[in-house]
Each structure stands twice: as C-alpha cells, then as structure tokens.
Design a protein around this ligand. Structure first.
Ligand SMILES: [Zn+2]
Length: 399
C-alpha cells in the first residue's frame, strides 16, 4: 500500500494567522468537463489531453456488462488496452485499499477512469490519489455532484457516512454521456436534483456569513455563488420536464440542462461555494439504518435542505422548495423516509450527528439540540402539508 499523505486543503487555503492574512477567495474546478449524447464513444480521444495510454477502468460488474464494449472499442481504436477493475459497491477505506494494492502491483497504470455512480466515482478519486494518478470521471448517473470535486465521501463497510477525504488535484476530465444518464431509472436524476438544489442555498448562506468557509477552508468567489444560483434556477425551470424526458428515456434540452445542473453547477457550486445545514443534516440521516439502506444521498439532502431553511426561518422559501421537491418526486417529510412512529427518538441521533459536523458551523444562527430538533420537526410539518396539497403521489411513483 503506497504511503498516503493526508491532504488538508484548509491548512493551505485558509487564513494564514502567522502572517495576519485572512482567508482568500478560492475556486476549485475540474480541468475539462465534457457533456453530450454518446460522448463515451470518444473516451480514447479525450484521454489524449490527460495524456494517458495505460488507463485502469474502475467499474461495477453491471457497468462493465453494459458499457465495457463501448469503452474497449473506443480505447482499442487508439491502440490502448485498458485494465478493468470491478468496484464492489461501497466507498469504504478497505475497498479503496484493495483496489489501490491491486493496481499498484500492475505498475504501468497512468490514469484511473471511474465509470459509475457517486460511490464508484469517489472510490476512484481516492485510489487515484494514493497512486498519484490523474482521475477521469465518467458518471453513469446524474444522481449526485461527486464527479467534478476534489474530495471523496467515505462510508463504513455498512454504508454509514464517515467523513470526507480531500485531494490536491481535481479530476483531469469529467465525461458525462447524457445518452447513458437518460436511460437510468428516473429516481437517480431526481435524487441529483435534491443534492443540486441545496447547492444554491448552502452557497448563499456561506457567502452571506463572513465566518463561513468553503470545502477548502477559503471564502467563496462571486463565480461560485452565481453558479449556485444558476443551478437552482435551472432546476426550477427545467426540473419537472426533465423527469418527463427520463421517464420516456428521451435525451432533450431539458435533460441536458438538468444534467449540467446536477453534475457541473452543483459540483463546482458545493465545493467552491461551501456546504451548510442541508448537508450536515443529510449526512446525519445515515445513522438511521432504515434510511441509510433505502434512500439515496440526494433524497436525504432534500430533507436536509428543508431543515436548513427552517433553521434560517425562511418559511416561504421552504414551502417553495418543498413544492418543487414534491413535484419532481423527492421526499419532503419523514413519513416518506419511512419514519412513522417515535419520530423524535429517531431524530435524536440525527440531530447529535449534525451538531458534531463542522459544516453546520457555516449557519449564521444559534445552534443547540433543541433548536435543531425544532427545525427538523418544523420542516417535517411543512413537508406533510405540501405533500398533502400535491396529493402525495409524486414520491410514491418512484418507489
Ligand atoms: Zn451532496
């Protein structure tokens, strides 16, 4: 196992107290972002810009069956024979070590291409960092904003969130084939909208709170804030019709825009704009086994965002967002996350975990157990009302 230097961007980009220099504004982004129908066919071409002639492809068993041939053909046409490595499904330290050791033994690998969902993508970035290789990310889903960022969210082998790992370089290439994304079950695109919608509200909160810091410990730029706002506006305008497009496996302009919002705008927006209450609460829902086992990250973020808006006492905005979530098919109350009885007991662990998370400190409000518990319950009640108004059907349709 190669020695890992733990990279702490906050010590580089944060304030320099010794020299009395305040935290600067820092933007983080991938080197190249490519999005379009069928673009995975060009993988071999794109690898020329890295450059890479000996890529390892990290992909699930199922992904290899579905996409292995396209990848092989594209690379073979450039005289490249890829090494495939099967991802076992969890972005845990033990899985990252297993893959790292295996690829290190091969010796000649010069890039790591991760093809799959958020956990495969994050595991790929962690492996690439350990092997000091550029990472190339080909998301098969638009369910999360992992592809563009220079960090990975780690989980235990049981799938409970276990913090994040940061890297000194962003992906060299992000290649989003919207033809592939359009064929995935609609629930994934919808989940990505939950994650992406929170980007704007979290970035805006961080921007307005001078004490808040983005994921590298710096202040957000105007660009990151504007990207976050564009992300939310794109979803409000095209979210509902993109659900229709994916339900019919059609790749149209609405889908292209929402995929860009979920992947590029949300990716740069959260990393450079900063996270806050929505993600602190969302990550904490994974302490409830039945939620962790049955719900996607973006679905938990949707619920977390309603809590953030309640915490910030923005009731009208909370209702607006909950109405949108309900229309596209995201959960807006705890019943929809399968919590029917003893809600406060279940939330106790969530509230404790959220208060322990550093990102909740970006919220410019007083925080303690009872304030956060009240915000969770308030958000739940708004969600109950909105779901009732919407006929409670949209979310059920996806399950
Ligand atoms: Zn997220």
């Amino acid at each position: 196992m190669p020695i890992i230097d733990k990279y702490e961007p906050q010590t580089i980009f944060g304030e320099n107290e010794a020299a009395n220099i305040e935290a600067p504004r820092v933007l983080i982004a991938p080197n190249r972002y490519v999005q379009g129908q069928g673009v995975l066919v060009n993988l071999g071409r794109y690898l020329e810009v890295v450059p890479s002639n000996h890529p390892a492809i990290l992909i699930s068993e199922r992904g290899r069956k579905e996409l292995g041939e396209i990848i092989n053909e594209s690379l073979n046409a450039r005289g490249i024979t890829p090494t495939f490595e099967i991802f076992n499904g969890e972005c845990s330290l033990s899985e990252i070590e297993r893959i790292t050791n295996k690829l290190a033994a091969l010796g000649e690998i010069d890039s790591l291409v991760a093809v799959g969902g958020g956990k495969c993508v994050d595991a790929g970035k962690s492996v690439a960092y350990r092997l000091k290789l550029p990472s190339i990310i080909c998301p098969s889903l638009a369910s999360n904003d992992a592809p563009c960022s220079a960090l990975s969210v780690l989980y235990t082998e049981e799938g409970v969130s276990e913090g994040a790992e940061f890297f000194p370089w962003s992906p060299a290439l992000v290649i989003v084939d919207t033809g592939i994304v359009a064929k995935a079950p609609v629930r994934y695109l919808v989940s990505g909208m939950g994650d992406a919608m929170a980007t704007w509200y979290e970035a805006d909160t961080c921007f307005r709170n001078s004490k808040a810091r983005n994921t590298v410990g710096a202040r957000p730029t105007l660009a990151a804030r504007a990207i976050g706002e564009l992300c939310a506006n794109t979803l409000f305008e095209y979210g509902v019709s993109s659900v229709e497009s994916v339900s019919r496996s059609i790749n149209d302009e609405a889908l292209e825009r929402v995929v860009e919002a979920n992947t590029l705008l949300s990716g740069i927006g959260f990393e450079s704009g900063g996270l806050a209450g929505a993600h602190a609460v969302a990550q904490s829902y994974t302490v409830i086994p039945q939620i962790q086992a049955n719900y996607l990250h973006g679905e938990m973020v949707a619920m977390g965002l309603l809590v953030q808006l309640s915490l910030e006492e923005r009731q009208l905005e909370c209702e607006k967002v909950a109405t949108f979530f309900s229309q596209v098919g995201l959960p807006v109350n705890l019943l929809q996350l399968g919590l029917e009885v003893e809600i406060e007991q279940a939330l106790d662990g969530v509230v404790r975990a959220a208060l322990d998370s550093s990102i909740i400190g970006n919220e410019p409000v007083e925080l303690n157990h009872s304030i956060l518990m009240d915000a969770c319950l308030y958000a739940h009640n708004i969600g109950l009302k909105i779901a009732k108004n919407q006929g409670d059907t949209a979310f059920k349709n996806l399950h």
